[in-house]
Design a protein around this ligand. Structure first.
Ligand SMILES: [Zn+2]
Ligand SMILES: [Zn+2]
Length: 340
């Protein structure tokens, strides 16, 4: 691949997607580092974090970065020190790109908290391109039978939703509330339902509510409406801090609210008596470990978890981000490589 060029989307000046901050550029096909794989992108999911990177809600960590961290692709090249992969292998590239493996967090199995962690599509170029690279130790092997498009959103939206579900410590057969119902929530709901939970969805938009009911949710109502029964656990997927007290008030005694997003608008003042007393808990969710990814991919295969997808050609990536921001589709958007 040395010397060849490729087309890639680059965040040249972060700003509102309506102002076209994503530019199509011609770049050399990246050379994989010694411990990395070169991956030809076949499909790449569109995550809300891509929107935050593109609009500048997240600080710039690599100027001109190519977003995208839900990549399904095939190995197109190997670094000198890589073993166990061969050209043509189907692999997934996710958000967590690298950790130091030596800090106290990594040592106790919490590599998602590693201060030296690096992320795909933020610290390093991601999947809105013909090719990307990934450290081989952080590449995910993918089950053979599911197609590229259906698999892509599982790689971030799915894994994060799964970690958020585990962080709520939902009791068996518990009552779970989901606030917001996009890419991550609709995958999380499928796992929770398969494990016997009763799921209530609070979201704006009739189409998202209809999808929730179709997947088996017991109820669907507006984002600020109370669920029909108290909740043992809840997950906030919408990036709206003003939903935190709303969701806390919907919890039963001892209930846990997890915040799944990487970015949240400010949380209004909480009232201790109604929002936190009776041992309610508020927890954040930060990235994921490779173990979360392996566990989730196995659970998803076992229960037949599938993303409801809305595809765009890679050449129209900016439109996918604008539609995500405007809430113009249900489920998850996936870019399909139409460049090569
Ligand atoms: Zn570490
Ligand atoms: Zn993501």
């Amino acid at each position: 691949m040395t010397g060849e060029t490729m087309r890639a989307w680059a965040v040249t000046a972060p700003g509102p997607v309506e102002a076209d901050p994503l530019r199509l550029v011609e770049r050399p096909v990246p050379a994989p580092g010694d411990d990395e794989l070169l991956v030809r992108v076949r499909a790449c999911g569109v995550c809300r974090t891509d929107l935050h990177v593109t609009e500048g809600d997240l600080p710039v960590r690599r100027p001109g970065v190519t977003p995208g961290h839900e990549v399904v692709g095939e190995v197109a090249g190997l670094g000198r020190a890589v073993s166990g992969f061969a050209p043509g292998d189907r692999v997934g590239v996710a958000w967590l790109r690298r950790t130091d493996g030596t800090c106290p967090y990594c040592a106790r199995g919490a590599e998602n908290l590693c201060p030296a962690s690096r992320y795909t599509g933020w610290d390093a170029d991601g999947g809105y391109a013909e090719y990307t690279t990934v450290p081989a130790a952080f590449a995910h092997r993918l089950p053979g039978e599911v197609d590229d498009v259906a698999l892509a959103p599982l790689l971030c939206a799915g894994i994060i939703g799964f970690r958020a579900l585990r962080r709520t410590s939902l009791p068996r057969g518990g009552r779970l509330g989901l606030y917001g119902f996009g890419g991550s929530a609709h995958l999380c709901a499928q796992v929770a339902l398969a494990e016997g939970a009763t799921v209530h969805v609070m979201t704006r938009g009739a189409a998202a509510q209809a999808l929730a009911l179709e997947l088996g949710a017991a109820s669907a109502q507006g984002a600020y409406d109370p669920p029909p029964e108290p909740l043992d656990g809840a997950i906030l997927f919408a990036p709206a801090g003003d939903l935190v007290p709303v969701a806390l008030r919907a919890l039963d005694r001892g209930g846990v609210l997890s915040v799944a997003g990487i970015h949240l608008s400010d949380i209004p003042p909480l009232r201790y008596e109604s929002d936190l007393f009776y041992e309610k808990e508020l927890r954040s969710v930060t990235s994921n470990t490779r173990e979360d990814a392996r566990d989730f991919l196995a659970v998803a295969a076992r229960h037949g978890v599938r993303a409801t997808t809305h595809t765009y050609p890679l050449s129209r990536a900016p439109e996918a981000l604008r539609d995500l921001k405007a809430g113009r589709f249900d489920g998850a958007a996936v870019l399909v490589n139409d460049f090569s």
